[in-house]
Design a binder for this molecule. Structure first.
Ligand code: SF4
Ligand code: SF4
Length: 288
């Protein structure tokens, strides 16, 4: 059987590269296996552009973007990490030069997004704008879906928010797509796979019995439910309590910190102040 190969272009916008760091720490499968080997029989990804880890530089790697967009229409996967600065024609962020001009992040994401098979918005900044889009947002940062909507681009987008996202949210999504195709992935109304973002943190939280009994922590690190110190687990959809982080070692609430709602579109403006109780009535939450 011939192996079907999908080039992957990984573009970084306004962000901290933390989502790359998180995904590069994937344990099973390891990221190098996922992005370079045939982990799913008959299907193989091929990472051809990632500014942080690729060895190439300069004009030849910028040419890769154009060549892929031109010659592999509908056959490559675009991964976007970080928000897209759109103010002043995208002038606040570029990923290189083309023909002596800045190649802006916005221009790259739009050009590449138009011809991609699928775009994955990796992390909350790429999905919803995140921290770079926090008020007053002078650079006009936006998430990928909003940029596509503004430009009339109808390429499917899968949002994998998180600040950073869990590595298995990425590896699991890719595996599901390779095994069953893009249509088989069930998404919520924010384009997040229900496989990973399908239940409330509060539903599966080990401190839920404390909440029900009214036993509340007075400060982060205390035993008891963290609601009074700002926990947003009531309104946040992710499988952190079950999956846990760092290969199952711990996660925010187990470590004594409230959930900050990092996978939701309102993060960080709508989740602030982060360590104070926000009542349901005070929320501007899209899930409300
Ligand atoms: S710590 Fe947060 S998620 Fe857990 S029970 Fe309390 S409010 Fe709910
Ligand atoms: S527990 Fe909440 S803040 Fe922590 S990673 Fe999960 S969704 Fe984000």
């Amino acid at each position: 059987m011939d192996t079907k190969k999908y080039p992957v272009i990984w573009v970084q916008g306004a962000g901290c590269t933390g989502c790359s760091v998180s995904v590069l720490n994937a344990v099973s499968p390891r990221i190098q296996n996922l992005l370079l080997d045939e982990v799913v029989p008959g299907h193989q990804l091929n990472l051809i552009f990632h500014a942080t880890i690729m060895a190439g530089q300069g004009e030849p790697v910028i040419e890769v973007l154009k060549d892929t967009e031109k010659n592999r229409k509908g056959g490559y996967i675009l991964v976007v990490e970080g928000a897209i600065p759109t103010a002043e024609g995208g002038a606040y962020g570029s990923i290189g030069e083309r023909g002596g001009q800045h190649l802006t992040i916005q221009q790259s994401v739009e050009e590449l997004g138009k011809s991609a098979l699928l775009t994955i918005a990796l992390g909350t900044c790429a999905a919803f704008g995140g921290i770079p889009a926090a008020k007053p947002n002078p650079t006009g940062c936006k998430g990928v879906r909003d940029v596509f909507a503004d430009s009339g681009i109808d390429t499917p987008v899968v949002n994998l928010p998180g600040c950073p996202l869990h590595p298995e949210w990425f590896t699991g999504t890719i595996a599901a797509i390779l095994i069953s195709g893009t249509d088989a992935l069930e998404l919520d109304n924010l384009a997040r796979p229900k496989l990973f973002y399908g239940s409330l943190i509060h539903e599966n939280c080990p401190r839920r019995a404390d909440f029900d009994k009214g036993k509340f922590a007075e400060k982060p690190g205390d035993p008891g439910c963290l609601y009074k110190v700002g926990c947003k687990g009531h309104y946040t959809y992710a499988d952190c309590p079950i999956r846990q982080w760092n290969n199952g070692v711990s996660w925010c609430i187990k470590a004594g910190s409230p959930c900050l709602g990092c996978v939701e579109p309102e993060f960080p403006d709508g989740t602030s102040p982060m360590y104070e109780k926000i009542t349901f009535e005070e929320l501007t939450w899209s899930q409300k």
